[in-house]
Design a protein around this ligand. Sequence first.
Ligand SMILES: Cc1cc2nc3c(=O)[nH]c(=O)nc-3n(C[C@H](O)[C@H](O)[C@H](O)COP(=O)(O)OP(=O)(O)OC[C@H]3O[C@@H](n4cnc5c(N)ncnc54)[C@H](O)[C@@H]3O)c2cc1C
Length: 374
Amino acid sequence: MGSGPSLLHREDIHVVIVGGGYAGIQLAKSLKNKARFTLIDPKEMLYHNVGAVRSCTEPGFVKKIMIPYAPTFGENFKQGTVTAINAAEKTVLLSSGETVKYSHLVLATGSTGHFPWSLPDGMTTAAAVVEKSEEVLKQVKAANKIVIIGGGAVGTEIAAEITTDYKDKEVTLIHNRKILVDGESSDAFQKRLKEILEMLGVKLVLGERVTNLAELPTNRVETATVMTDKGTEISADLVIPCTGLKVNSMAYKDSLAFSMEDNGSLKVNNFFEVQETEGIYAIGDCTNIPETKMTYRAGMHAELLAKNILAQETGGIKKEYKPDPFIMTLSLGRKAGMGQKGSSLLPEFMVRMLKSRDMMAWKVWRDMGQSAPS
Ligand SMILES: Cc1cc2nc3c(=O)[nH]c(=O)nc-3n(C[C@H](O)[C@H](O)[C@H](O)COP(=O)(O)OP(=O)(O)OC[C@H]3O[C@@H](n4cnc5c(N)ncnc54)[C@H](O)[C@@H]3O)c2cc1C
């Protein structure tokens, strides 16, 4: 934020940030030394879910994707779960019973899904994540026929991770659409992606919907038959679901139901202000902004909101958020990667260096101002 305006002298300003994911930590960093803030998250550490795919194949990698909040944010970090908001009193209620008063409330509660893509409620310590992650590593190692359900970015990346590290395993990726990863990607992206996956030995079943997911044993080695709506049957001994990320609305669903979309996201305007509220904002995955949800976009929301809060309180001019051109990078195992910016493909060596090498863990540790474990 450079040496711009500061609100540190203003006792009446207290920005409460609910959620320490990519949006929340960026906002906290942008407000550091500029305004009084408290970052609240149930976990003791940021979980860099971008790297979760590698934690399924590389022993010990999970430790590189958990960065403790305390060394970065000190007393500005409060471990806790927000369960309600009292907009009239301008307070949030924590599950411990404690209330925290705010002048500006920023909801950055993101989304939630299956482990290891996201952490279940109650899994709040690095030690608990390491233990559960070791179990996933064991299951992947023991399996021979793996079926991955869902060909979004996560399903595609995990298929490539497994075939890169285990040449002897049969890996099938089933996706209900013909297009993998993201509808915003170009034909050239799709063509090159399918070439790389084929080279790695991933079998693709596209345009078919799995019909028996609810009955399948998932994330543990057990014989099963995966069935699709086109009549395809695939035998598996490990089924990994990569579908169903949901907006995490636990903090506000009872208090702000009137400002929520059916999927749980919050209706915001171009200044991230939550509809029909005052002093309440939302950024990152929990907003209804019509764009593919991504870490860099969560970070952009946060940086702009920090500037706007500072501007608003110091007589400056607020700026509207305008979704930027599409950028996506995809790691396809340690040795391959590809990406797209606007409508052009990114140089593959660049994506390999930036992302595939260590899933950008280096960047998150650097952004948190800490050194990664070796
Ligand atoms: C496996 C996986 C891989 C991905 N890979 C990429 C990628 O390579 N590139 C990319 O751009 N995007 C990627 N994404 C998408 C990206 O992770 C999201 O867009 C990003 O996490 C959004 O950040 P966020 O801060 O909005 O939410 P999150 O990162 O989901 O963070 C939300 C935070 O809120 C906290 N929280 C929730 N409820 C409460 C509560 N009641 N009280 C207090 N705190 C609460 C949670 O503990 C969490 O820390 C990936 C997503 C997944 C799941």
